[in-house]
Design a protein around this ligand. Sequence first.
Ligand SMILES: Nc1ncnc2c1ncn2[C@@H]1O[C@H](COP(=O)(O)OP(=O)(O)OP(=O)(O)O)[C@@H](O)[C@H]1O
Ligand SMILES: [Mg+2]
Length: 162
Amino acid sequence: MNSSAQTMVLKTVADTLAFGRFLGQIAQPGDVICLDGDLGAGKTTLTQAIASGLEVPPEEYVTSPSFAILHEYQGRMPLYHMDFYRLSDASEIADLGLDEYFSLSGLTVLEWCQRASGLVPPSRLSLTLIIGPDDSRLVVCDPDIGSWQGRPLLKIPGLSID
Ligand SMILES: Nc1ncnc2c1ncn2[C@@H]1O[C@H](COP(=O)(O)OP(=O)(O)OP(=O)(O)O)[C@@H](O)[C@H]1O
Ligand SMILES: [Mg+2]
């Protein structure tokens, strides 16, 4: 985590959906978003909202790609949704050629990114989702080096920032 990391409180699922839609709206081609943290904290839910913000048609329902590792959706740009939860070894990513997606002009969202962190480009938005008190969610937002640094990540109306 670097010094520009900030923590956001998502009190309800509606907050998670608002944050995800916002991320989908500001995403640029080639962006990478890494999602880590507690089991069941909302990584897939957030990805569904990112898809909505990217204008992926609602009928293309974003599910957990745990069994497929990669799902691809078409919105205003492609969304590559990967889930490394079941990865046996980080080298599997390179063996499957999944690292090639990082350089395409879509948005890549990675669940359980830390399982293969070394294979992911350093210019990324790292989000760590933590289950907080009263079923809230805490999100530690760390815009690593690169283009995420200057973006107004936390300027979302209605969300409480610590
Ligand atoms: N801010 C929030 N407040 C309360 N509940 C939330 C919030 N955000 C998400 N949830 C709920 O938490 C659950 C998260 O499930 P989800 O499958 O998205 O988690 P996940 O992190 O992808 O799980 P996994 O670790 O298995 O990949 C959903 O039931 C969702 O409605
Ligand atoms: Mg998930």
